[in-house]
Design a protein around this ligand. Structure first.
Ligand code: URA
Length: 442
């Protein structure tokens, strides 16, 4: 078998055998296939797709490309959550403490930013001292002590996905259903979760641009879950505009803290609560509870401070620093470069998530190349969102960099141009967007 033949077979629309897929995965993991051939293969998959069998073989082979965690000695149902990627997605830092405050063990394995979307690992690393390197060997001890942990992908866990993920990010090969499904599900299977809740984002700022694609991705991941004996539930969420009002690592963490303190944005809370309900319902204790009951219980965890206390536990247990009020100490402070004001009266009819995500990357909040260092303070604050009334002279959005402008004025100008494209103001009223588009279960 050789890699060139595999690339040509996929390029011409052929279906790969399990042996061929295993050859590819072990070549990536063992670093015997050069990046140019891996990239060509990924591009061929993006264009030609993969059958259900190929996608499942790829997932299982990637899941077993390194260590597979066995969390069976930790009592209780271990439910993991993952998002297919979005802009302004600060769900995990809120959701994890809420679910953990019910006494449910939460082992969350997250990723870094990919393309124009942000990554949870990058966000947590904006907290001084926070380490996302948790070796699978210490999962049990950490969970027993604190009830939750947030890990990045260690060298040993699904190493093939780790390598492909970084390469896809810089070769335009992210938005492919088989590649996204196998990437997510391989990590979840290797991470040892008993059940998985997926936030399948849909819209301009997601990899799935429309509902049909989002449903196809959901069904693909549910079918992989069935084969791997893990119940999967998918919540379809809108990503036409960013979630919440802040995009960028520190800005988003600050906004997440607002929700945990009970005064967050409605759209953020709606998405978090929908996912929390799905996670709780996966456990025997809450499987028969209604959405209304579970939402009330989750809200009570916020108002009582129980969820915030869990967030503090999480930060401290992973080396992060908190100030005397329990707020994390961040590695930098966002610096407002400029605020843009409305030039007319009207209603916001577009705040395009893709454009905002790209603008945020240009400001330094994401990576353009594999080796780029993120500016944790960079990002965008959205003062107005779709459906909101705006009066001439009111602030629409503000651009931020870290305390040092690491990108230069030309990139700031480019970001501003993207933001100008992102926003539309119409004379007639527009409806606010619906955050939850549906739920697809096993
Ligand atoms: N999240 C992942 O873990 N992988 C993808 O490919 C996309 C989103």
């Amino acid at each position: 078998m050789n890699m060139l033949e595999l690339i040509e077979k996929k390029r011409d629309g052929g279906a790969l055998t399990r042996e061929e897929i295993e050859f590819f995965v072990s070549g990536v993991t063992g670093k015997t296939i050069p990046d140019y051939q891996i990239s060509a293969f990924l591009m061929a998959v993006l264009w030609r797709g993969m059958s259900d069998e190929e996608t499942t073989d790829l997932t299982l082979s990637m899941a077993h490309s390194g260590d597979v965690c066995d969390l069976s000695s930790i009592p209780g149902m271990k439910v993991d959550k993952h998002s297919t990627g979005g802009v302004g997605d600060k769900v995990t830092p809120i959701l994890l403490p809420i679910v953990s405050s019910f006494g449910i063990p939460c082992v969350k394995l997250s990723g870094r930013g990919l393309g124009f979307t942000g990554g949870t690992i990058d966000k947590f690393e904006s907290i001084e001292g926070f380490s996302t390197t948790v070796e699978p060997g210490s999962f049990k001890e950490k969970i027993e002590k604190y009830g939750l942990l947030l890990g990045g992908q260690t060298e040993g866990l699904a190493p093939c996905d780790k390598y492909l993920y970084a390469l896809r990010d810089v070769t335009g090969t992210v938005p492919s259903i088989p590649l996204i499904a196998s990437s997510i599900m391989s990590k979840k299977i290797a991470g040892g979760a008993d059940a998985i809740v997926l936030d399948v984002t849909c819209g301009s700022g997601a990899f799935m641009k429309d509902r049909t694609q989002a449903e196809a991705l959901s069904r693909q991941m549910i079918s992989i879950g069935k084969l791997a004996n893990r119940p999967v539930s998918c919540v379809l969420t809108s990503m036409e505009q960013p979630l919440g009002r802040n995009v960028g690592n520190i800005l988003e963490m600050q906004e997440a803290l607002d929700t945990l303190r009970g005064h967050g944005q409605k759209d953020v809370e709606t998405v978090v609560l929908a996912l929390a309900c799905e996670m709780l319902r996966m456990t025997p204790e809450y499987k028969d509870h209604s959405d209304a009951e579970l939402q009330a219980l989750c809200k009570e965890k916020i108002t009582s401070g129980a969820a915030f206390a869990k967030f503090e536990d999480l930060v401290l247990s992973q080396g992060g620093k908190l100030d005397s009020s329990g707020s994390p100490i961040f590695v930098d402070e966002p610096f407002e470069v400029m605020t843009v004001f409305a030039d007319r009266d009207g209603y916001v009819s577009s705040c395009d998530a893709l454009m905002v995500g790209e603008a945020s990357c240009l400001l330094g909040a994401g990576r353009m190349e594999k080796t780029d260092v993120i500016d944790m303070g960079a990002g965008i604050r959205l003062q107005k969102k779709i459906g909101e009334k705006v009066t001439r002279g009111e602030p629409l959005y503000s651009l931020y960099t870290g305390s040092q402008n690491t990108v230069g004025d030309e990139r700031i100008d480019e970001a501003l141009a993207k933001m100008q494209q992102a926003y539309r103001i119409s004379e007639t009223p527009c409806e606010a967007l619906q955050e939850i588009l549906g739920v697809i279960r096993d």
